[in-house]
Write a protein that binds this ligand. Structure first.
Ligand SMILES: Cc1cc2nc3c(=O)[nH]c(=O)nc-3n(C[C@H](O)[C@H](O)[C@H](O)COP(=O)(O)OP(=O)(O)OC[C@H]3O[C@@H](n4cnc5c(N)ncnc54)[C@H](O)[C@@H]3O)c2cc1C
Length: 342
């Protein structure tokens, strides 16, 4: 275990903004926590957890100890005729894990291919894409209490998973470090093609394709192609993916907006509210592809804020606030950030 002082996190966040952590350390095992706690200069600081930095906006230097988990083993912990249970270290790259499961022919993670970041962060915002969420496959999560290194295990129903949300964004935020996540994957299944563009992509070149002939690999390949067409590669253009969540509003509010914007998209949730694509709202507020110095929204996807090179975290936050205000003024809808701001 090596403790870095005044550590620049520029290479560790996908916005590519410079920000120094007073201390930075990578840990593998629970025993590292009491060891670090014994050091009075570290014990007196706030502790913050970071994975691959792909859902973070760093707006100032951090007078903190930043911890990252680099335990990355994949273990089969149980298997039967239908399923396999994998326990995966938090430090494993998410996309590597998806690739590994697809190569085994297992179903469950294929719709979540090419999402940046590490396994440990996947439950934090319950990552989701193309009609799937990671909560669909998680069975339990092993964590370390940051006060003393004590192991705490949470079952899925204790994680309070919701749309881009979980207990790890609230009461357990920077209180427990996720060390391992257990997933249940299926040996046989049918593809999840509820997302229309994915459905189209699967059948466009194979109109006679039968559902039972589709493999996890085929879905994975289609997802990668769709994402590469639409989402900027963070190694080329800095971003954190979607900056805001898709808001939900009351049916009454939606009907009022429909009078002014008859083409407003929305889909009904089980609680009767209507979820609206934030990208549509931002585009209507004339922000799609707009650039303010080195910050802009991506020309193909208005929900993605990008750093054209030299933007600071504060510059990005200022543009995000300007977008949020414009959306409030146009639609009386307050966008909530999906990205975690430090
Ligand atoms: C180009 C691009 C596309 C994206 N597409 C999607 C998408 O389709 N769907 C989606 O849901 N997200 C998407 N994201 C967002 C991001 O990739 C995910 O949220 C990812 O899970 C973040 O992982 P990370 O390791 O980078 O976490 P970080 O950004 O480092 O951290 C995110 C949060 O998790 C906490 N955290 C991280 N690791 C741990 C741990 N081990 N224990 C406890 N807390 C921890 C941090 O404190 C922070 O609050 C995208 C991002 C980019 C850049």
């Amino acid at each position: 275990m090596y403790l870095y002082a005044n550590y620049d996190l520029k290479e560790r966040n996908t916005f590519g903004v410079s920000c120094k952590a007073r201390y930075f350390v990578e840990i593998k095992h629970a025993s590292a926590i009491p060891t670090l706690r014994q050091d009075p200069k570290l014990a007196s600081l706030p502790w913050k957890i970071m994975g691959g930095g792909s859902n973070l906006l760093l707006t100032h230097d951090l007078d903190a100890l930043v911890l990252s988990c680099n335990y990355d083993e994949i273990k089969i912990v149980k298997e039967d005729q239908h399923s396999v249970w994998l326990s995966v270290g938090a430090g494993r790259s998410w996309h590597d894990l998806v690739t590994y499961t697809v190569e085994q022919g297992w179903w469950g993670l294929e719709n979540l291919a090419l999402i940046p970041g590490n396994v440990g962060a996947a439950p934090v915002q319950n990552i989701g894409a193309y009609g799937a969420e990671v909560q669909d496959t998680i069975t339990r999560i092993q964590t370390f209490d940051l006060r003393n290194g004590q192991r705490i295990e949470l079952r899925k129903n204790e994680c309070h998973f919701a749309y881009r949300d979980s207990i790890f964004k609230h009461e357990l935020s920077n209180r427990v470090l996720i060390h391992r996540v257990t997933f249940r994957l299926l040996k046989q299944s049918t593809p999840n093609l509820v997302h229309e563009p994915l459905h189209e992509a699967m059948f466009v070149n194979h109109p006679n394709l039968k559902l039972e002939n589709i493999t996890p690999r085929m879905v994975y390949d289609a997802i990668i192609k769709l994402r590469q067409e639409r989402i900027p590669d963070p190694s080329v253009l800095g971003s954190a993916g979607s900056f805001f969540k898709n808001p939900s509003i009351t049916l009454k509010h939606f009907q009022q907006l429909q009078q002014q914007y008859p083409d407003i998209p929305g889909h009904k949730l089980t609680n009767g509210c209507i979820k609206i694509p934030a990208a549509w709202l931002i585009e209507k507020a004339k922000w799609k592809g707009r650039r303010v110095e080195d910050v802009g929204t991506y020309y193909k996807h208005a929900l993605i804020l990008v750093n054209y090179g030299k933007a600071s975290g504060k510059d990005i936050l200022n543009v995000a606030e300007a977008i949020r205000e414009d959306v409030i003024n146009h639609f009386s809808i307050s966008l909530e950030k999906e990205v975690v701001v430090w």
